[in-house]
Ligand binder design. Structure first.
Ligand SMILES: Cc1ncc(COP(=O)(O)O)c(C=O)c1O
Length: 373
């Protein structure tokens, strides 16, 4: 087999993206005031069955705004997974809230919802769920606890647009939910994100926060610290075109995952993503693998080996409880989160972008099987 270059992710922009972008240029509507922004919000809200959608400039700021809108106070505790991107915790730390971590499940790689209740104290004000890599978090127990203890649910569905939990769309479960449109996501706008809620007041707060907390009646007088997190009309134009093809993209993602699974299934040195749980079929946002703990390579060495064959990979997240910046900020805990720690060290993902071909998947799988023998 000849050597190939297989990037870790390449987006597909082969629908109406160019046409809508040209409309922006021809009409001169390039800022956030343009009509595609509202249209994109409206269509995505309808897709998820949500009352309000607020388009923003990336998925990280979507979480910041969600946290800000919920008005958490200093020392409030929010229960969340340690194994996630730092974006999930930044807004909490800036508000001087306390992240309280739980570990992951070893099979789904999602937060272990059975660990949540014992972490609840009188200071707990919310639960943040983050759907990781392809399967949703088991939401029913989370929603039950949130109801029982009157906690807010923040749902980070950045990786899970198009996925369902018992037939209900991810992104529709939180008091506030967020997504990202970075190019490796199921819908991309280059950079971008969105916040969703059914609560009129929260939606109003998110819109204010997105736009520097300008008050319409008194322009340039501000009562709160806001953000400039506006999405441009050009980003929304691309997003709208992408949304038109979401079902096709999800089918393709599942096909990529199934092809990898067929080709790697007999390899006993690596753990593959679960194909399904009773509540959802895997959507394979990325195709992750976890190297068995007794194998002589960790993720870094395996990734280096695959890069020699032109194969792009990315490491799994590094647990938040192990982040130097959190330690510098005073987050110290003698807790260990063994699953999170194992996933960070032994997990990485293979090229899984929407533009990948079957030939490239065959090539990657063959090389993976060759190095893990
Ligand atoms: C789970 C999760 N949350 C948040 C984000 C942040 O999104 P963005 O890169 O758009 O800021 C990402 C990004 O990949 C993510 O995977």
């Amino acid at each position: 087999m000849i050597n190939m270059n297989v990037p870790v992710n390449e987006p597909l922009l082969n629908g109406n993206e160019k046409k809508y972008l040209l409309e922006c240029i021809d009409s001169g509507w390039i800022s956030s005031e343009g009509p595609f922004v509202k249209q994109f919000e409206k269509n995505l809200a309808a897709y998820l069955g949500r009352k309000h959608a607020i388009a923003v400039s990336n998925g990280t700021i979507a979480i910041d705004i969600a946290i800000d809108a919920l008005e958490f106070k200093e020392d409030d505790e929010i229960i969340m997974p340690s194994f996630t991107i730092i974006s999930c915790v930044l807004g909490l730390l800036r508000k001087r809230c306390k992240p309280v971590f739980v570990d992951q499940q070893p099979d789904t790689w999602n937060m272990d919802v059975d660990q949540i209740e014992r972490k609840i104290t009188s200071k707990t004000k919310g639960i943040m769920v983050v759907h990781i890599y392809g399967l949703p978090v088991d939401m029913n127990p989370v929603l039950k606890l949130a109801g029982k203890y009157h906690l807010k649910v923040i749902e980070d569905a950045a990786e899970m647009l198009g996925q369902d939990y018992y037939g209900k769309k991810c992104g529709s479960f939180g008091d506030i939910s967020t997504v990202s449109f970075y190019p490796n996501k199921h819908i991309t706008t280059g950079e971008g994100g969105m916040v969703f809620t059914d609560d009129d007041r929260l939606a109003e707060r998110c819109r204010l926060l997105r736009n520097l907390c300008f008050v319409p009646q008194q322009r340039f007088i501000h009562y709160e610290l806001g953000y400039n997190a506006r999405m441009t009309n050009m980003q929304a134009a691309v997003g709208l075109a992408q949304l038109e093809r979401i079902e096709e993209s999800i089918l393709k993602k599942r096909r990529i995952g199934e092809l990898y699974k067929e080709r790697l299934n007999d390899n006993t040195y690596i753990q593959l993503p679960l194909a399904q749980k009773e509540y959802a079929r895997n959507i394979y946002w990325v195709f992750g693998i976890v190297i068995n703990s007794d194998y002589h390579w960790d993720a870094q060495s395996a990734m280096k080996e695959l890069s020699k064959d032109g194969i792009g990979t990315r490491p799994f997240f590094w647990g938040l409880h192990e982040q130097p910046v959190l330690h510098q900020l005073g987050y110290h805990s003698d807790e260990s989160f063994p699953v999170s720690e194992l996933l960070s060290r032994r997990g990485f993902y293979l090229p899984s972008g929407l533009a990948i071909t079957e030939e490239q998947i065959n090539y990657v799988a063959e090389k993976v099987n060759k190095i893990f023998t």
